[in-house]
Design a protein around this ligand. Structure first.
Ligand code: FAD
Length: 436
């Protein structure tokens, strides 16, 4: 099937990055094909639940009207948990710039838009390798015995990057060394009216909730809760290197899926999805530290790399931005391919314009600005002692049977109890606000 036609552009992966590049290139008149190993668009995808709309509107101006948006996020919650005690900061806004969406549904919509624009979407085809000619130029992709030739291949394969590994552009993923995390998630069925009642939301509005502390079993990482129309997505993400070392040293002996179950059954959180059925669960890798994850080059002769495969993901702990980065990088790739085409062809020199565009974009600026996050992630105190300190202060202030300490006293006493000297606290607090 693959051999019969030659394409201008072959895109590996029908996720947000591949679908956005395909849509824009097909509209520009390039003969474009998307090759996706899953059945239908989005079937292999898993994420938390919230997407920032502005970068997507640049690709699909009709997004707000047409996309399968579940709820517009008008409430943010950040909680720290120590055992059964929970401290929460809440932020409400009448405006919304992000929405919750079910990723398989959203990706299917994006692929549908690419098809409408004239791209061919071929599912259930796993690309085994990217093909180079004897001069090292990328000339197509191979799947089983078939080779599909194209002027340019866009690699939108996501975080696993087996194809880029095959080209020698990235190292194989290693749990112990790579800046990656494992996310495990459950989708719970809750009635629309119950979601609004239990979470205190206006009709149609949504909530994005991040949780840190004992919910990760002391491991660097965090938990998330997102409200869809009539579903709640809950999950836990842990840094794999730390998890591995904690298991090796006997400090952690459960599984991330058990942490998600513990979140579902947690005495405080369970009230939000009381009696709910688990409709779906799954696990997926994700990137921790985008810049470290970037391949040594984003273009070769005949190749452009986009989305997670390029390391374009930012997890600050209070927001995770991957889908909008992926879509926007697909847009930049489409523009670069058009420029290279007008300059005479898909050579590395011509495609380098993509790297320049990425470096000038908000994606790269965000990754550079927040680069120090991986340093924070490597300090387990942020996931154990700091939540205990915050909860300790609250406990002293609100659970004093007779005499209340001053806030200062509560703070000093708690920092002593958890073993965080004040000077270190002040230094680290400065570093954190500077990097997050
Ligand atoms: C637990 C978790 C929570 C997250 N939460 C959020 C969130 O709330 N908000 C947010 O914006 N981002 C979130 N992300 C990140 C987000 O999911 C990714 O950044 C985004 O999906 C990247 O898009 P992509 O198109 O680059 O890759 P993907 O979405 O991974 O798509 C890649 C596609 O390529 C296909 N593919 C791979 N290899 C081949 C092959 N060899 N042949 C054919 N097809 C292939 C796959 O099947 C897949 O469909 C989260 C991620 C995880 C794991």
């Amino acid at each position: 099937v693959l051999e019969q036609t030659r394409y201008d552009v072959a895109i590996v992966g029908g996720g947000p990055a591949g679908a956005s590049a395909a849509y824009l290139l097909a509209r520009k008149g390039f003969k474009t094909v998307i090759l996706e190993r899953g059945r239908g668009g989005g079937s292999k995808e898993l994420y938390g639940g919230r997407v920032y709309a502005p970068p997507l509107r640049e690709v699909w101006p009709s997004l707000d009207k047409e996309a399968p948006i579940q709820r517009w996020v008008r409430q943010e919650r950040i909680s720290v948990v120590s055992g059964e005690r929970v401290l929460t900061v809440e932020y409400d806004s009448p405006d919304a710039i992000s929405f919750t969406a079910y990723l398989p549904e959203l990706a299917r919509w994006m692929v549908g838009k690419a098809e409408e624009a004239g791209a061919l979407f071929v599912d259930e085809v796993r690309v085994d390798s990217i093909v180079r000619d004897d001069k090292g130029r990328v000339v197509g992709v191979r799947s089983g015995p078939d080779t599909l030739y194209a002027d340019v291949v866009i690699d939108a394969e996501g975080v696993n990057r087996l194809l880029l590994e095959g080209l020698g552009l990235v190292k194989p993923l290693k749990a112990t060394e790579s800046p990656i995390a494992l996310g495990v998630k459950e989708v719970l069925k809750v009635k629309e009216s119950q979601i609004e009642e239990r979470f205190g939301l206006e009709k149609g509005s949504g909530l994005a909730w991040v949780v840190a502390g004992s919910v990760t079993g002391g491991l660097p990482g965090g938990a998330f809760i997102y409200t869809f129309k009539n579903m709640v997505s809950i999950g836990v993400v842990v840094h794999l290197g730390h998890a591995y070392r904690a298991i090796e040293s006997g400090k952690f002996d459960s599984h991330v899926k058990d942490l998600v179950e513990a979140l579902r059954l947690h005495p405080f959180f369970r009230r939000f999805w009381r009696d709910a059925d688990v409709m779906e669960y799954g696990a997926h890798l994700t990137i921790e530290g985008g810049l470290k994850f970037m391949p040594k080059t984003l273009v070769l002769d005949g190749l452009v790399i986009v989305g997670d495969a390029a390391g374009f993901l930012l997890n600050t702990g209070y927001t995770i931005r991957g889908v909008d980065f992926a879509v926007y990088s697909g847009k930049l790739a489409a523009e670069a391919v058009e420029i290279a085409h007008n300059m005479g062809g898909m050579t590395r020199e011509n495609l380098k314009v993509y790297e320049d565009m990425v470096k000038r974009s908000f994606i790269y600026r965000e990754l550079v600005k927040h680069e120090g996050i991986s340093h924070i992630m490597s300090n387990p105190d942020f996931f154990t002692k700091y939540p205990e300190l915050a909860i300790g202060v609250m406990k002293k202030l609100f659970e004093a049977p007779y005499e209340h300490p001053t806030i200062y006293e509560a703070f000093i006493e708690s920092s002593r109890e958890v073993g965080l000297p004040l000077l270190r606290l002040a230094g680290e607090a400065l570093r954190v606000v500077n990097r997050l």
